[in-house]
Ligand binder design. Structure first.
Ligand SMILES: [Zn+2]
Length: 72
Protein backbone atom coordinates (compact mmCIF):
# COMPACT_ATOMS: atom_id res chain seq x y z
CA UNK A 1 0.00 0.00 0.00
CA UNK A 2 1.20 3.46 -0.81
CA UNK A 3 1.52 6.27 1.65
CA UNK A 4 -0.24 9.45 0.54
CA UNK A 5 -0.10 12.92 1.96
CA UNK A 6 -3.44 14.60 2.60
CA UNK A 7 -3.99 17.63 0.36
CA UNK A 8 -5.93 19.37 3.09
CA UNK A 9 -4.15 18.78 6.40
CA UNK A 10 -0.89 17.18 5.34
CA UNK A 11 -1.41 14.00 7.34
CA UNK A 12 -0.13 10.74 5.91
CA UNK A 13 -2.61 8.00 5.19
CA UNK A 14 -2.89 4.80 3.19
CA UNK A 15 -5.49 4.87 0.46
CA UNK A 16 -5.82 6.09 -3.09
CA UNK A 17 -7.77 9.19 -2.14
CA UNK A 18 -6.48 12.72 -2.33
CA UNK A 19 -7.38 13.51 1.28
CA UNK A 20 -7.15 11.57 4.54
CA UNK A 21 -10.25 9.95 6.12
CA UNK A 22 -10.51 12.85 8.59
CA UNK A 23 -10.90 15.37 5.81
CA UNK A 24 -13.09 13.31 3.52
CA UNK A 25 -16.43 14.70 4.71
CA UNK A 26 -15.28 18.30 4.40
CA UNK A 27 -13.74 17.56 1.03
CA UNK A 28 -17.03 16.17 -0.31
CA UNK A 29 -18.99 19.05 1.15
CA UNK A 30 -16.79 21.66 -0.50
CA UNK A 31 -16.70 19.80 -3.78
CA UNK A 32 -20.49 19.71 -3.99
CA UNK A 33 -20.66 23.34 -2.90
CA UNK A 34 -18.28 24.26 -5.69
CA UNK A 35 -20.25 22.24 -8.24
CA UNK A 36 -23.47 23.95 -7.15
CA UNK A 37 -21.84 27.34 -7.42
CA UNK A 38 -20.50 26.68 -10.90
CA UNK A 39 -23.85 25.31 -12.01
CA UNK A 40 -25.66 28.41 -10.80
CA UNK A 41 -23.04 30.83 -12.01
CA UNK A 42 -22.37 29.77 -15.53
CA UNK A 43 -19.46 32.09 -15.90
CA UNK A 44 -16.27 30.48 -17.19
CA UNK A 45 -14.37 33.64 -16.45
CA UNK A 46 -15.13 33.63 -12.73
CA UNK A 47 -11.84 33.91 -10.93
CA UNK A 48 -10.63 31.54 -8.25
CA UNK A 49 -10.71 34.45 -5.84
CA UNK A 50 -14.39 35.13 -6.58
CA UNK A 51 -15.27 31.46 -6.23
CA UNK A 52 -13.41 31.24 -2.94
CA UNK A 53 -15.13 34.36 -1.66
CA UNK A 54 -18.62 33.18 -2.62
CA UNK A 55 -18.33 29.58 -1.47
CA UNK A 56 -16.06 29.97 1.55
CA UNK A 57 -13.71 27.35 0.12
CA UNK A 58 -10.01 28.15 0.47
CA UNK A 59 -8.42 29.27 -2.79
CA UNK A 60 -5.88 26.47 -2.74
CA UNK A 61 -8.69 23.94 -2.52
CA UNK A 62 -10.65 25.60 -5.32
CA UNK A 63 -7.55 25.40 -7.50
CA UNK A 64 -7.05 21.77 -6.52
CA UNK A 65 -10.66 20.83 -7.30
CA UNK A 66 -10.46 22.53 -10.68
CA UNK A 67 -7.12 20.97 -11.53
CA UNK A 68 -8.36 17.52 -10.55
CA UNK A 69 -10.78 17.84 -13.42
CA UNK A 70 -13.75 16.83 -11.28
CA UNK A 71 -15.58 19.96 -12.27
CA UNK A 72 -16.97 20.14 -15.75
ZN1 LIG B 1 -6.51 15.44 6.08
Amino acid sequence: MELNKCSRCGAFFTSNDVVCPNCEAQERLELSKLKDFLAENNVPTTSVEQISCSTGIAEKNVIRFLSQGEIN
